[in-house]
Each structure stands twice: as C-alpha cells, then as structure tokens.
Write a protein that binds this ligand. Sequence first.
Ligand code: AMP
Length: 258
Amino acid sequence: MSDARDGDRAAWLQGPGAECSSPAAEQEHPWRLILLGAPGVGKGTQADLLHKRLGACHLSTGDVFRAAATRTDCAPSPAMQQALEYMRRGELVPDATVSEMVRERRGCLRCRGGFILDGYPRTLGQAESLKQLLEEDSLALSAVVNYALPLHEIVERLSGRRTCQQCKAVFHVIHQPPRTEGLCDRCGGRLYQREDDRPESITVRMTAYETSTAPLIRFYDDLGLLLPVVADGSPEQILARTLGELEKRHAWNQQKAS
Ligand code: AMP
C-alpha cells in the first residue's frame, strides 16, 4: 500500500523537488475539501476513503512531518527539526513554519484530481494563509467537513490507535485489532503507538484543538462552507454520511451555477 499511495503523494510528502509517480487522474468536478475535527476523530481514515471514492489527493500536514522524521536520505532542515520537537510534545507547530511548508507545496492544491486537506488549517492564521493561497490561484474550496464526536470517545480512540511503521495503515487495539498482535494485516509491518498518541500528549493536543482549531468551525460556517458530520459508527458509516452531505452540496453548487 505504501508504494502506490506514497508514490502518488511524493510532491506533498517530500516537497517541491519531488514528483508524484502516478499523479491523480483529472476529475470533471475536482473536490477541494478541508476535513476538520479534533485529533482522533477519524479524519485520516476518512481522507483515505474519500480519496478512493473521489480521486482527490489526501494532503495531511501531519504526514509531511512524520515523513520528514523518518527520512534517511537527507537530514531535516533546522526549521523542520524545530517543527518535529513541537510535534513530539503534541503541540502545534508555529503557523509561520506550517504556512511556508504548504506554500512550498502549493502545486498540490492545483492538483487536477482535487485535494482533501487533513490536519490543515488548524488555526485562524493558517486558514487566512490558505485562503490567500487559493485566491492567488483562483481556486475555490468545495466544502469543509466538520467531524464531531464526544471528548471521551476521542480519547479512547487515540490511546488505542496503532499505526503500521511501513504502510501507515491504522488499527485500534479494541475496535479494529490486527489479525496478529503487533503486526499489520496489509504488509506485515510492525505496529507502533505514535509518540503523540500517548496520554500526556493527548491532553496537550486536545487543549490545542479547543483553543486554536475549534474557532475554524465558525470561520468556515460564516463562509457558507461548513458541512457537519457525526463521526460515530464504523468508518464506512461515517463515509456514507460524508458522501451524502457532499452529494447535497454538489447539487446545491450545480443549482447555484445554473
Ligand atoms: P496530525 O497527524 O494531523 O494529528 O498531526 C500530528 C502533529 O503534527 C500535530 O500534533 C502537530 O504537532 C503537527 N501538525 C500537523 N499539522 C499541523 C498544523 N496544520 N499546524 C500545526 N501543527 C501541525
């Protein structure tokens, strides 16, 4: 799984010098989406599923940081090293670093397959910076999906989450256990607990979400882009709910354009 999908996202994961080995196919109506929601609400899983259904590229800023942390061919830049320290503590990386990183990768926002932003923007400053980037390229967001779930369920999901070191597939010790404990069903890679999924980091991340990210709900609601989706149930159920909302939005956009 890592091969094809990570190859597809090389320009995003590695930065401007890299080219995607199999770029997304052109879509007649490319979806340009933002997924909002607290850490652990399932945005990454939904972004993957939506990527398969809509063809739009899954662009996660957290994946860029994790890719930089595991790269062996070149050392991270000083700015990236500093960013990784923030990440290890579960804190938000400063806006200037994140916005610069996305600006360098702005070609991905022009992807002919569209995009699904996961974990970005996370502050009002980042939302403003993204708005400016999109306006410069005359690109419009299609919608902002806001996944909602009670706090205790989020904490339970995060602390039980295990990720494959090789292909990044995600499991849960109780809700989605692998067939063999500690090993990935897809590629046999070792499963690990992300450093920032440990209890002490979870608390920091939830506080960062409440103070910095939750105001984005209002920001995008005011722009008429927000689509609320309840994030309980299986990934497939949440996907069905999301697609239902997107269909309604698509019909509404069509009506507005005619
Ligand atoms: P995620 O996988 O999206 O939960 O991101 C993992 C970690 O990377 C976060 O806890 C932050 O430390 C950092 N990070 C990812 N995206 C951003 C962002 N847009 N702004 C600030 N920090 C970020």
